[in-house]
Design a protein around this ligand. Structure first.
Ligand SMILES: Nc1ncnc2c1ncn2[C@@H]1O[C@H](COP(=O)(O)OP(=O)(O)O)[C@@H](O)[C@H]1O
Ligand SMILES: [Mg+2]
Length: 185
């Protein structure tokens, strides 16, 4: 948690290996990032990390179903297993009836619920969520937070959520503050 400009997105970019850092070390599932090659970092992002963005970042030409399926395809999950996982996740986020819709035909809350399902389909160990309620009204934001809380428990996935919104910390087990590019206690 920290104000705009405090370095939250930068920290998430360092954690998933798309931004380099010049001091310290980041380990994911026991693996220090500095010991990994570019190829290994790509594999880590593809297999072990899920992402939720403020602006949803769904692929506009893919349906809700296909958007959710995509990371599982990249991770090499076979077709039958992908179908099972996507259907289960669509049900979990309350969007079974919207499976065939393109993102344009979905509301903001619905798009973010698709994005949340997409972040979990390849069974990552860690989900990085950057201001996931930042583009939503209070009620849709509340729904998305509740889903993050319940689905992270069901899928036994850690979620690192960054926000400037105090209300979002309600679902967090631990809250760490950031100011001017540094963690503060
Ligand atoms: N630890 C840091 N060291 C150097 N630059 C930083 C650090 N943290 C943040 N920055 C810089 O500060 C700016 C804002 O950071 P950003 O991650 O976008 O903030 P936030 O997501 O909290 O709004 C960026 O230009 C980023 O490069
Ligand atoms: Mg940011």
């Amino acid at each position: 948690m920290g104000p705009s400009g405090s370095g939250k997105s930068t920290l998430l970019n360092c954690i998933c290996g798309i931004e380099a850092f010049d001091r310290g070390e980041i380990s994911i599932a026991g693996k220090p990032l500095s010991a990994l090659s570019q190829r290994q970092l790509e594999n880590l992002r593809r297999n072990s990390i899920g992402y939720v963005f403020q602006s949803f970042n769904l692929l506009p030409t893919l349906t809700a179903f296909e958007n959710i399926e995509f990371p599982a395809q990249l991770a090499g999950v076979d077709r039958d297993e992908r179908m099972d996982r996507v259907m289960h996740l669509l049900e979990s986020v309350g969007l079974k009836k919207r499976a065939g819709h393109l993102p344009d035909a979905l509301s903001g809350g619905e798009r973010q619920r698709v994005a949340l399902a997409r972040a979990l389909v390849h069974r990552p160990v860690l989900v990085l969520a950057d201001e996931p309620t930042g583009s939503l009204d209070t009620e849709n934001g509340r729904q998305v937070l509740e889903l993050i809380e319940s689905l992270s428990k069901e899928h036994r996935t850690s979620v690192l959520l960054v926000t400037h919104d105090h209300a979002s910390t309600r679902i967090c087990d631990r809250v760490i503050s950031m100011t001017d590019g540094a963690l503060v206690s």
